[in-house]
Design a protein around this ligand. Structure first.
Ligand code: SF4
Ligand code: MG
Length: 287
């Protein structure tokens, strides 16, 4: 760990191929700033990304990185963190990657509460494959594959996380650089699984959920009007389908990361002959 790391130290020499104006630029800048301002160093950081426009982020950031299989970034990140608890693990992806093929991993990563962060660039569309409806697309969103809309309610990632037992749930807007950075910093510093859904507009294929739309629609929650530790208040906010909230929606007080829970090693059902004794040693052996 080093205190003199600048956010630019987390930037690689690769030029992003994202479309000019893509929300992912702002999302990534906030991630880099959050890592630097929380005292992390690229040599101690592992960024795992899924597939999609967002999945390219591990190439554009300077750190250890893995651009993995579609929807499977979370289990890779969890494995790395358990194998090397000193590592700062940040998983990144998009709404398609995380809430469609990766939805099962998302729910169980939330439940497990390993000490890491998960940043989802939610543009409510599949951008890389040129504009199909994603899990968070509006019900009436017309695309080449959904000419009459999806006729399905969108996935509500915040509600999904809350119902799965999340200990940290936040939302930010990539264009509000300072606030987005603050929120990702809080996710990094949280003791457990810090989940941030980021409104990160796709300027090429989504002409509904645009910068202008979010600028008008976002309602930022601060400590004076929302108690982040109040689960009932959080439930009310995440189920309010009419308001685009940003801020820390819920944070469990005294969250204990899964890997630090007492009795974890003793609770291992069966350790194969010749394997290391403890659960964490066992994980390290295999990663
Ligand atoms: Fe960004 Fe959309 Fe372009 Fe992908 S297609 S880089 S999400 S603007
Ligand atoms: Mg998307």
């Amino acid at each position: 760990m080093s205190s003199d790391v600048r956010f630019i130290d987390f930037k690689s020499d690769k030029q992003p191929t994202w479309c000019p104006g893509c929300g992912d630029f702002g999302t990534m800048n906030g991630m880099m700033k959050a890592l630097a301002e929380t005292g992390n160093h690229p040599d101690d950081t592992f960024v795992v990304a899924g597939i999609g426009c967002s999945g390219k982020i591990g190439t554009y950031m300077h750190s250890y990185a893995l651009h993995g299989v579609h929807g499977r970034a979370l289990p890779v990140g969890i494995g790395a963190k358990l194998a090397n608890p000193e590592l700062e693990v940040m998983v990144a992806g998009g709404d398609g990657d995380g809430y469609s093929i990766g939805a099962g991993h998302f729910v169980h990563a939330v439940r497990r509460n390993v000490d890491m962060s998960y940043v989802v660039m939610d543009n409510r569309i599949y951008g890389l494959t040129k504009g199909q409806a994603s899990p968070t697309s509006r019900e009436d969103f017309e695309t080449s594959t959904t000419p009459d809309g999806t006729n399905m309610p969108p996935v509500n990632p915040l509600a999904l996380a809350l119902s799965a037992g999340a200990t940290f749930i936040a939302q930010s807007f990539s264009s509000d650089s300072q606030r987005h950075t603050e929120i990702v910093k809080e996710a990094v510093e949280h003791d457990g699984f810090g989940f941030v859904n980021v409104y990160s507009p796709c300027v090429t294929f989504n002409d509904v959920d645009t910068y202008d739309y979010f600028r008008d629609a976002v309602v930022d929650l601060d400590e004076t009007d929302h108690d982040r530790h109040d689960k009932d208040a959080a439930r009310e906010k995440v189920l309010d389908g009419d308001t685009e909230y940003t801020g820390v929606i819920y944070q469990e007080e005294n969250s204990v990361p899964w890997e630090e829970r007492e009795g974890l090693d003793e609770n291992m059902a069966e350790i194969p002959d010749g394997a290391p004794e403890g659960a964490m040693d066992l994980v390290r052996e295999f990663y």
